[in-house]
Every structure is written in C-alpha cells, then in structure tokens.
Design a protein around this ligand. Structure first.
Ligand code: ARG
Length: 582
C-alpha cells in the first residue's frame, strides 16, 4: 500500500508540472499537526512563488481549480489556502476507509530504496566483564532498529561485536592460574573473572613483576600458544553462556556474534590500504592518522610501536572492511554509548578517506545515560552486585505486584505469564520511548504505570480492544471481516472522533519512516501513545457493541480492529509482546 502523502504528492506533481511545464523536485506533503490545517499540508506554493513568478495565493488557486476539474480524483476532497500560502489538503472519507481496510493486510510501500543490506552492530558486551546499562540500552535500541529495518523491507544482519581481545586477557590468565575459585567460576563465571581482575590489580601494586608476567602471557596468547588459547576460549565460552541467559529472556537473536579477535587477520591488509593511500603517517614505528583542521577530529593512532600492537579503532577499520568485502553490506549502524562518539567519528572519517567501496553509509546511534532512582537501587541491592538479568527479574517481580492487584481472580500461572510480558515490555519501552540522546531517570512506578507513555498502557489498550471482540463472540454479533464488506461508498460515514482516529491510523508508516531516518524508535513510541490516547477517548465517547445502527457499528468495529493491528505491529517493532487479556 502506498503511503497516502506519496499518493497525494504524485497527483499534485502531475498537475503542477503540467500547469507550469517544468519539473519540480520540492513537492513535499506533510501530515498536518492540527485538525484545522486539514489532513495534510504543503508549502509548495510558498517556496516556489519566486521561481514561478506568481504569488502563493495565485499558485494555490490554480491548483485548486485544476483539482475541481479533475473527475478522476478519488483521493483529495478539497484544498484550502491558509496563512501566507500553505495549502491545507483534506482527504475524501471514502479514501480513508479504503486505506483503513488494507491495514494489516497489505504491506506498506516505503518510498525509499529498500533493496539495500543493512548491518546493525549492537549489544557488544566485553568478555570477562559484566554487561552494564550501556549494553542494555544498546541491546534494546539495536534490536528495535533491526526490527524496523526488516519491517520496511531491508535485508538486515544483526551482529554482536563482542569485546573478546586485548591485553587484559594476560592479566586474567595470571589471575586464573594463581587465585581461581573453580566452584565460583562454574557458578558465576563473570563474577569470578571480575574478582580475579581486581585481585590482579591489587596484587600488582605490591608486586610489579606481575605486570611483566601478564604481558608475557598476553604475548603468548597473541602468538597462538595452545594453553593460553584454551584458557581464553574458556573465558569467552563462560561469559557468553551468561550473556545468553540475558538474551534469551529478552528474546534477542543475532545473526552473527563476531568478536574483535576474529579481525586480527584482516588488520595487516587494512593497514596496508591506509599506508598505500597515504592516510597514515609513521613516526618512530607508530602509525597515526591526522585529520583536516576543519574536521575537528583528534588524531587517531592505528598501530602502536610494539610489534602487532593495535587499537580499538584498528579493529573497527578491519571490521568495516570485512563487512563490505565479505558480508556485502551497504549501510552499517553502530549502537554504542555516547562516550564513543569521537571514536566513531575517527573511524568513519578514515573509512571515507579509504574511498570506494569502504566509504559506504554508516551511523553511530548513540544514547545518553540512565540514572536509577533510589528506590530502584534499593530493590536491586538485595541481589548483591547488580547484573542486567537482576534488573529484568526485578521488573517481572514489580509487574507481578501490579498484576496481582489488577487481576486478583486470574489463575497464578496466567498472572506470571502476564507479569513477564508486562515487566520486560516496560523495560524495553522505557529505553526506547526517551529521546535516546538525553539522559534519563528510571523508577518502577514510572515504567509500570498503566496510564501515560508506557508499554503497560499500550498493552492494556490492546487487551481492551480484544475484549470487545471477545464480548461480541459471546453475544454472537457477526465478525470475521464480513462487517465491513458491504459498504463501499460511504463519504459521510465518519463522525469527528472516528475520523480523527482513522487519519491517525493512516500515519503509522510515516512514523516508521521517520524513526528509520533518524534511527529514533521513540518516534514510534510517541506515535503509538498518541494513537492509543485517541482510541481510548474515542472509545469512552462511542459505544461499539451497543451501537444499533449497523453502519456505525461496522465503522467502529473496523476502527477498533485496525487500532489493535497497528498497536500490535508497532509494539512488535519495539520487541514488545501484546496480551489478549490483562
Ligand atoms: N565492546 C564495546 C563496549 O562495550 C562496544 C562495541 C561497539 N561496536 C563496535 N564496532 N565498536 O563499549
């Protein structure tokens, strides 16, 4: 299904280009922000007045006149000139209904080239270390972006770029050999690895010799020493086992989990390109990239003095090369904390200097920090050191308390299931609904509120609609899509509330398009919140199953059904499940 604003643009474009006998590139049709401004607006007349040589008013009148003569137009009801020359466009009700019916049945035809292959680099925790809140955010935002790209029709690869390489593994090997508590390592591997790391730092302060030994172990590991290689593999496997528990709970699936270590072999050829293209400057065995002054980017070291000693950016350069050469991607999206902004600016700029084919499209999707309010800290502290899995479990527990109060009569098993979906949904929604670029504060009350911009509110609205359909079944009203089939031309069929909801539902793909464009899932949560609010106030004012007038009954049922479909699809783009009952 074509987006309605694109259909309108195509109609107007044809008329305008015929009228003025030339092409126009800047015909942009926006959804209106206020009802008085019609369903859509365009500033075409305003911005082209000078080049056409007519006033915006004259241009507007010409467009209106040509529309009035057009007998085939079954989309635009009327156009009005407003203010300094905006054109307010009103849709025909029959068109609204026609598109409404297609919701959930036909795929949207997004007006961009979706044949491209996109890679989302997200989550990416570090081996031997606990995942922190930044990884939680990266996982949730990355998963949602992946779902959005997929929904739009792109071919998408999700890659978990594990931090599995670096000199700290030398320290871990020493720690492992000297102080390992094997039972703890099996039970709580990351906790034990963290303890070993801290122990190493403390001991090394007293005995600096340990640093030298750790360096030797790291060198041996790099050289492929069998024993160290085995230990390293065990650190990776044990850590990943723990990460997996978190991913499973969150319903997160990756296409690849290619750690940094994988790229070691590609680093020499990558550096060779930099060298050949004279991108690097070599000073005393160190390779560095200097940027143009106007770029305002700090110089970036890509190779240290010591033999085979590379950095985080070197690995990322090799990674972006591999992703082009082997995975054949066209666009790469890196979801990582704000702190890494400079790193990605360096890497992207160097990729640009490398030229084709490595100058492909890249975004660093960064996000601000989360601050836990005191009550949350308190509830988590009972778990000892805070792990992400504890946050998830606590969210489910907190949701269960709310569900127990709201649905005391539900069987225990069902309440548990609901609590899990509500609790996890709330965590995801909270992370996605904030402008990712601002820092946010987190409390259970805020995220589990059944009113307001939260996932329980959206899930509840969905369940409310489902209960309408359930009641209808009990009262044996006819459903199963027959309710709308007999009406075709119903131009006068919507009242004001119904029309507002219907037009809002048609805007769903536009919200997705914008979220895609800016890599901001909060534009989808905003849209869903507004839609649910409109539905709930519509539902408070209009009876659905008690409506005796068959025509009105059908319209309202259609609206309820399509609201549910839209909420469900929208939530699925956020990785959040819906509930039939709650
Ligand atoms: N492992 C890094 C961290 O924990 C994130 C990696 C992001 N992705 C990348 N290609 N650099 O901060």
């Amino acid at each position: 299904m074509q987006l309605v604003n694109i259909e309108i643009r195509n109609i107007l474009k044809k008329k305008i280009e015929n009228m003025f006998e030339r092409k126009f590139k800047n015909i942009d049709i926006q959804y209106s922000t206020k009802k008085e401004f019609g369903d859509f607006q365009t500033n075409f007349a305003l911005i082209n007045s000078e080049t056409i040589g007519k006033t915006p008013d004259e241009i507007g009148k010409m467009i209106i006149e040509s529309l009035e003569k057009d007998k085939e137009n079954d989309i635009i009801d009327k156009i009005e000139i407003a203010g300094p020359g905006f054109l307010n466009i009103f849709l025909k009700n029959s068109k609204i209904r026609k598109n409404l019916r297609k919701i959930g049945i036909e795929k949207y035809d997004f007006p961009i080239d979706t044949s491209k292959k996109v890679l989302v680099d997200y989550s990416s925790p570090n081996i031997g270390k606990r995942m922190h809140i930044g990884h939680l955010r990266s996982t949730i935002i990355g998963d949602s972006l992946k779902r959005i790209f997929e929904y739009m029709g792109f071919k998408v690869l999700g890659d978990n770029h594990l931090g599995d390489w670096g000199s700290r593994f030398g320290k871990l090997i020493i720690g492992y050999k000297k102080w390992l508590n094997i039972e703890e390592y099996e039970k709580n591997p990351i906790g034990e690895m963290e303890r070993l790391y801290v122990k190493f730092s403390e001991e090394a302060q007293l005995n600096p010799e340990l640093e030298v030994m750790a360096k030797e172990e790291w060198m041996k590991l790099k050289a492929g020493d069998e024993e160290n290689r085995k230990l390293w593999q065990s650190f990776v496997d044990h850590s990943f086992c723990e990460f997996k528990v978190f991913y499973r709970k969150m319903d997160i699936k990756f296409d690849y989990c290619i750690g940094e270590s994988f790229y070691n072999d590609i680093i020499p050829e990558t550096l060779k390109i930099l060298d050949e293209k004279k991108i690097t400057t070599n000073i005393d065995g160190e390779s560095k990239v200097f940027f143009k002054e106007e770029d305002k980017i700090e110089p970036c070291v890509v190779k240290k003095k010591a033999e085979n000693s590379y950095l985080y950016s070197t690995t990322d350069l090799a990674t972006l090369k591999y992703r082009k050469d082997i995975l054949k991607i066209d666009h790469s999206v890196y979801v990582a904390v704000e702190k890494q902004k400079e790193h990605f600016r360096q890497v992207f700029k160097i990729a640009e200097m490398m030229g084709k084919p490595y100058d492909y499209k890249k975004n660093h999707v960064w996000f601000g920090i989360i601050r836990f309010e005191d009550s949350v800290m308190l509830s988590l502290k009972k778990c000892g050191m805070i792990r992400l899995i504890d946050i998830l479990n606590q969210a489910i527990e907190e949701a269960k308390i709310v569900i127990d109060i709201k649905n005391p009569t539900f069987p225990e098993e069902e309440k548990m299931k609901i609590a899990e979906i509500v609790g996890l949904g709330a965590i995801k929604h909270f992370n996605l609904s904030q402008n990712r670029m601002s820092s946010i504060s987190f409390s259970w009350d805020k995220i589990l509120n059944f009113e307001g911009n939260t996932s329980p509110y959206l899930q509840y609205t969905y369940a409310r609609i489902m209960s309408i359909f359930r009641k209808m079944d009990e009262e044996s009203h006819e459903i199963n899509n027959t309710y709308d089939a007999e009406y075709n031309e119903l131009d006068d069929d919507f009242n004001e509330n119904e029309r507002e909801l219907a037009v809002k539902l048609l805007k769903f793909p536009n919200a997705i398009l914008k979220a895609y464009d800016l890599c901001k899932p909060n534009l989808i949560t905003d849209y869903l919140f507004e839609t649910a609010k409109i539905f709930n106030s519509f539902y408070a004012g209009e009876s659905i199953i008690r409506e005796e007038d068959k025509k009105k009954f059908n319209t309202r049922l259609l609206l309820a059904e399509k609201t549910a479909v839209t909420l469900k699809e929208g939530l699925s783009l956020l990785g959040i499940k819906v509930l039939e009952k709650m």
